[in-house]
Design a protein around this ligand. Structure first.
Ligand code: SAH
Length: 235
C-alpha cells in the first residue's frame, strides 16, 4: 500500500513547491484538491490553479467543495467524504495525494484527514512546503525574526492591546486570516504609527500586493488571502 501523501503546494507561485512535492504529484493516480464557492456562486481553487500551472493532468485532479462558513460542520462533512474515498483508493493500491496551499500542516484544517487516516492505521506522509508568511517575508525583503526576537503567529483573533503587549515583549508578529480583525488592526495603526507594518495580499499570484505605508494599510478592507507582519525595528 502506498502512503496517502499530503503535498504542500506553497503560497501560490507554482515554482515555490518542493521538488519532492512535485514528484509526488507527477506520479499520483489521483489528487484531492479543495475548492470554494464564491459569493457570486462561482467555484475557485487556488490549489487547482497551482496544479494546472505545474502541468498536472486535470483528469487526475479530484476537486471537492470546502464550505468556508464559520460553522465548521459542513467542512468536517466534506473532509469525512474525502477521507473515506482516499482510504478506499489507497487500499486498492492507488497512489493518492491530498493538497493544501502553503504548508499542509500549518494553520491547515485538512490536517484533520491526515489524523483520521493515521488513527485508522493507513500510512500517511506529509511533504513540507513554504508557508505564506515566509514567502511574504522574502517578497518584502524582511528579516522576519532577528536575533533574540520571538515570532508569534496569530490566527486573526487579536486586539490592538494584545499586539502592543507582544511588541513590548520584543516579539515580531504575523497575523494570518487578517480579514477577521480588520478593525483592530486599523485601530492599532492609529495607536502605534511607530511600529513597522508589512501588509501582503495574494503573495505569489498576479494579484500580489505588498504595502508598508501604515496610512494606506489603514484604508484597506483585508481579503481572505492577506497577512500582516508587525515589528518594532529599533528595540
Ligand atoms: N497553510 C497555509 C495557511 C492557511 S490559513 C500556509 O502555510 O501559509 C489561510 C491564511 O493564510 C489566509 O487567511 C492568509 O492569512 C494566509 N495566506 C495563505 N496564502 C496566502 C497568500 N498567497 N498571500 C497572503 N496570505 C496568504
Amino acid at each position: 500500500m502506498y502512503p496517502v501523501i499530503f503535498v504542500s503546494l506553497g503560497p501560490g507561485e507554482p515554482e515555490l513547491i518542493t521538488l519532492k512535492g512535485l514528484k509526488a504529484l507527477q506520479t499520483a493516480d489521483c489528487i484531492f484538491c479543495p475548492e470554494t464557492q464564491t459569493k457570486a456562486g462561482q467555484c475557485s481553487s487556488r490549489a487547482a490553479d497551482i496544479l494546472l500551472r505545474l502541468d498536472i493532468p486535470s483528469d487526475s485532479i479530484l476537486r471537492f467543495a470546502l464550505p468556508m462558513s464559520k460553522l465548521r460542520e459542513k467542512a468536517w462533512e466534506a473532509y469525512n467524504q474525502v477521507y473515506a474515498e482516499a482510504a478506499s483508493r489507497c487500499k486498492d493500491g492507488q497512489r493518492v495525494c491530498i493538497v493544501a496551499e502553503g504548508d499542509a500542516g500549518f494553520c491547515s484544517s485538512i490536517h484533520y484527514i491526515y489524523e483520521k487516516l493515521r488513527a485508522d492505521g493507513i500510512p500517511v506522509e506529509h511533504i513540507a512546503g513554504i508557508p505564506a508568511f515566509i514567502a511574504a517575508g522574502a517578497r518584502g525583503g524582511l528579516h522576519v525574526a532577528s536575533q533574540e526576537e520571538r515570532l508569534i503567529v496569530i490566527p486573526g483573533t487579536t486586539t490592538a492591546e494584545e499586539i502592543e503587549k507582544l511588541i513590548n515583549e520584543k516579539s515580531a508578529i504575523v497575523i494570518m486570516k487578517l480579514s477577521q480583525c480588520t478593525d483592530e488592526v486599523h485601530r492599532c495603526i492609529r495607536l502605534h504609527p511607530e511600529y513597522s507594518y508589512h501588509y501582503f495580499e495574494n503573495v505569489g499570484t498576479p494579484d500580489e500586493q505588498y504595502i508598508s505605508d501604515p496610512q494606506q494599510i489603514e484604508t484597506i478592507r483585508f481579503p481572505y488571502f492577506s497577512l500582516l507582519i508587525i515589528r518594532k525595528d529599533s528595540f
